[in-house]
Design a protein around this ligand. Structure first.
Ligand code: AMP
Length: 374
């Protein structure tokens, strides 16, 4: 166990690292952020920050030597430096977990090999025949770059044969994964935590609404049948066990119209759809990550409100100046979180707010109302 007072190293300096650092600091830990770019959200609330490239061996070694444990908040940290860190100090989750989750080919193959339900897919190597892969999967389908994809970046829906030449041109020279298009009834996700001693806690299931491939609302409890909720919880627990997780991991699912649950994506870090846990759960996903990687007992995951909705605040809402927060801040059941990012760009996650209410429909209605007023 790493008792409070120890130093937690965090690879990546975005909002997930910021909220992790806030949770760690509250428990009396010191936080050292490692992030290539200066002036990020996490560094601003950490005890120490190193701004250096992920392949800067000297900087990474000095960082790792000063930390009792290192974790990560960013999915695209290259695996090689992670392996180097693991030889110098504790690293949680294991580097192989990130290596699996950060590449869609490896992720899909892992899901298939371990018997998890997922959308049918084909892998197409760089320079190979994309159209043949798409026909194998069947149209419509979604073409995704194997590496470095998030928030719908690097993906394209192919509706019919007519779209194939453009898709081939766009992904020329890149390895891709082609997935069957899932005409889902809804999307849900689960954050699961697992400790070194193999204790597992599964946070309540969130229902997610994406707009332009970016999460817009997370609704808790998810408005799905109890059997769907139970299936998602069970799959998340199994993922954590089979991947040998120590830390927290987000699992995204598609729910099909006939009530089947397919795993879409794994993210071995706190998840955007779990931000509501700060305001409406006994333990937040960030505190849970601290507990898991430091060897503390995992915290309880019960809701502290009947229902909660999280709304992402994207840079689009800024236009020439920051939105007027006064209406939002005047609501007793609303909590506002801003990440301290200086430059609002369209699609950039600048903050979020949560609304609690007596049921999910009411929370969503209020969330939409307050969002529209910004
Ligand atoms: P991803 O980056 O893979 O999580 O994709 C972002 C979003 O795009 C998902 O949350 C879905 O809304 C949509 N999407 C991705 N893959 C598919 C698919 N195979 N079928 C339908 N929608 C998809």
């Amino acid at each position: 166990m790493i008792p409070p007072g120890g130093t937690i190293g965090v690879l990546g300096g975005g909002q997930l690292g910021r909220m992790l650092a806030q949770a760690a600091t509250r428990l009396g830990y010191r936080v050292h952020v490692y992030e290539p770019q200066a002036n990020g959200p996490a560094g601003a609330v950490a005890h120490a920050e190193t701004n250096a490239a992920y392949d800067d061996v000297a900087a990474l070694t000095a960082f790792a030597r000063g930390c009792d444990v290192v974790t990560y908040e960013f999915e695209n940290v290259p695996a090689a430096p992670l392996r180097a860190i693991a030889s110098l100090t504790r690293l949680h989750p294991h580097w192989s977990v990130l290596a699996t989750a950060q590449n869609r080919s490896r992720e899909k193959n892992w899901l298939r090999a371990n018997g998890f339900p997922h959308a049918a897919f084909a892998e197409v190597a760089a320079g190979a025949d994309l159209a043949a892969g798409a026909r194998e999967v069947g149209l419509p389908c979604v073409v995704k770059t194997a590496d470095f994809g998030y928030d719908g970046k690097g993906q394209l829906k192919v509706r019919s044969e007519a779209d194939l030449p453009a898709a081939t041109a766009r992904f020329a020279g890149q390895p891709v994964v082609i997935e069957q298009f899932v005409d889902f009834a809804c999307e849900i996700s689960v954050v699961v935590a697992r400790s070194e001693k193999a204790a597992v806690r599964v946070f309540p299931v969130a229902e997610n609404i994406h707009t332009n491939h970016i999460l817009e609302f997370s609704i808790v409890p998810a408005r799905v049948a109890p059997a769907v909720r139970a299936a998602a919880e069970k799959l998340a627990r199994l993922v954590a066990e089979k991947i040998n997780l120590v830390g927290v991991l987000g699992v995204e699912f598609f729910v099909t119209p006939d009530g089947h649950v397919l795993v879409n994506e794994l993210a071995p870090r706190p998840h955007n759809s779990g931000h509501w846990t700060i305001d409406a759960c006994v333990t937040s996903q960030f505190e849970q990550q601290v507990r898991a990687v430091c060897g503390l007992p995992l915290g309880a995951v019960e809701l502290t409100a009947p229902a909660v909705v999280m709304v992402n605040l994207l840079g689009d809402a800024w236009r020439d100046r920051a939105p007027d927060w006064s209406t939002l801040l005047a609501q007793p059941q609303v909590k506002l979180h801003l990440y301290g990012k200086a430059e609002p760009r369209p699609g950039r996650k600048m903050g979020h707010f949560t609304v609690t209410a007596r049921d999910a429909d009411m929370a969503l209605e209020l969330a939409r109302k307050y969002q529209a007023r910004l």
